[in-house]
Design a protein around this ligand. Structure first.
Ligand code: ARG
Length: 458
């Protein structure tokens, strides 16, 4: 038997393989609530504009609520033969209310319907991402506040560079996730135009009111071009782009937590609640959550690439290729939200080991730049000469197996005779971080100012 929704011209039903490749109900049932909200808005508009009767609209709208309650109760029987969520819902509506159900699809198509449903779904996920990012930023701010002045090594090339503060490092992540937040908000503004009423591709001859449905579904306005409205998946790609960058940020932070929680670093202790053990090595406490967060960018960026490749070269307007958009976005959204929540939990629970951070801060000649700066400021040397002299002093200290503050004044003067004992005043790590008072620098006063700025902003 041919399809009850579109089978008029067909003598035979689809091959089983055709049905298998065509059906999207297995995954697009996640848009059931959005589909029903869209259909309810459409029915109300059709009645308001006189396209269908008020009484038909009323039974349609109530029947759709019954369908929704069946879906929520888990009693709804999904059918592969009905392809997707749109036709599954409409077919069930017909079983419940009879003939008026056939009037719901007036002046619309599954093309504008799926674009609308999917936008509503992605918009909810942008809101969820905003919530998740805000929670993570708040957890980072709490860490930064507690340790605004705790010294730790700052790295470039993962080699000791200059001392920084724990608070400064936490605030670097706040800036990163803060940009993710602004990307999410930007994307939401741009995507918030309603495709409903674009119909198949050309609009409709019925006197519909697209402003009304747009407003009912909390869109800012109807999408202005019907061809574009049904073929646009930019909103999904922007979601995946924002998710990819955020997942990349999460992976960088996760990598640092993996390194920092190792016995060799001991910068942080992760909580038991966000760690796992080994089935063979009894001593192990593994940072599995951090490792999994580090990995999530793989599938999320993969989804971004996959959808970009699906959309590339598609002619206007709708093509069935676009049905391949949803699984990518669903998977990326699930994993982005999970990674954000896991990172927030880890950050909230973790303890920075202040003593290990301080001990590491002073190793690796981390204040060599302070020494060179002193030679410039006090002895008036050109920076390049100061750099070279300091390098020689580092080589001496390295030979002795000591750090710069442990060199004697005579060792120093052997390299440059004008060096005085005052130089030791700049070799301490506390002095080093306290001196970095330039805007955005690591001095605790600057870090506290940035914390206050963020707290005022949130
Ligand atoms: N299941 C389809 C999708 O996800 C809905 C739109 C189908 N439209 C059509 N004319 N075949 O894209």
């Amino acid at each position: 038997t041919s399809n009850q929704m579109w089978g008029g011209r067909f003598a035979a039903g689809p091959d089983a393989i055709m049905e298998a490749i065509n059906a999207s109900i297995g995954f697009d049932k996640r848009m059931a609530a959005q589909d029903i909200a869209g259909s309810r808005a459409h029915a109300a508009m059709l009645a308001a504009t006189g396209v269908i009767s008020d009484s038909d609209a009323t039974v349609i709208r109530e029947g759709l609520l019954t369908v929704l309650s069946e879906i929520e109760a888990g009693t709804f029987a999904y059918s592969n033969a009905l392809e997707d969520i749109h036709m599954n819902v409409e077919a069930r509506l017909k079983e419940i209310i009879g003939a008026p159900a056939g009037r719901l699809h007036t002046g619309r198509s599954r093309n504008d319907q799926v674009a609308t449903d999917f936008k509503l779904w992605v918009r909810d996920q942008l809101d969820a991402a905003e919530t998740g990012l805000l929670a993570l930023i708040r957890a980072l701010l709490a860490q930064a506040e507690a340790g605004a002045a705790w010294v730790m090594p700052g790295f470039t090339h993962l080699q000791t560079a200059q001392p920084v503060t724990w608070g400064h490092h936490m605030m670097a992540y706040v800036e990163m996730f803060g940009r993710d937040l602004s990307r999410v908000r930007d994307a939401r503004v741009r995507m918030n135009e309603c495709p409903l009423g674009a119909a198949a591709l050309a609009g409709t001859s019925f006197a519909i009111d697209r402003e009304m449905t747009a407003e009912a579904l909390a869109f800012d306005r109807p999408a202005a071009n019907s061809l574009d409205a049904v073929s646009d998946r930019d909103f999904a790609l922007e979601f995946l782009g924002a998710a990819s960058i955020s997942a990349m940020h999460l992976s960088r932070m996760a990598e640092e937590l993996v390194i920092w929680s190792s016995a060799q670093f001991r910068f942080v202790t992760l909580s038991d609640r966000f760690s796992t053990g080994s089935s063979i090595m009894p001593q192990k406490k593994n940072p599995d959550a951090a490792e999994l967060i580090r990995a999530k960018v793989g599938r999320i960026f993969g989804a971004n690439t996959a959808l970009m490749m699906v959309m590339k070269g598609l002619p206007l307007a709708y093509s069935k290729d676009m049905q391949e958009d949803k699984e990518q976005v669903f998977d990326a959204a699930d994993n982005w939200m999970l990674a954000l929540a896991a990172m927030e939990g880890m950050v909230r629970d973790m303890n920075a080991n202040r003593d290990s951070l301080a001990a590491a801060a002073g190793s690796g000649f981390s204040t060599a730049t302070d020494l060179a700066d002193w030679l410039v400021r006090v002895l008036g040397l050109p920076f390049r000469d100061a750099h070279h002299i300091t390098g020689s002093l580092v080589a001496v200290a390295e030979q002795r197996g000591c750090d710069l503050p442990e060199l004697g004044l005579s060792d120093m003067q052997a390299v440059h005779p004008d060096i005085t004992k005052d130089v030791f005043g700049v070799l301490g790590v506390e002095n080093s971080v306290n001196s970095r008072i330039s805007y955005g620098g690591t001095a605790p006063s600057q870090v506290r100012a940035q914390i206050e700025r963020w707290k005022a902003k949130l």
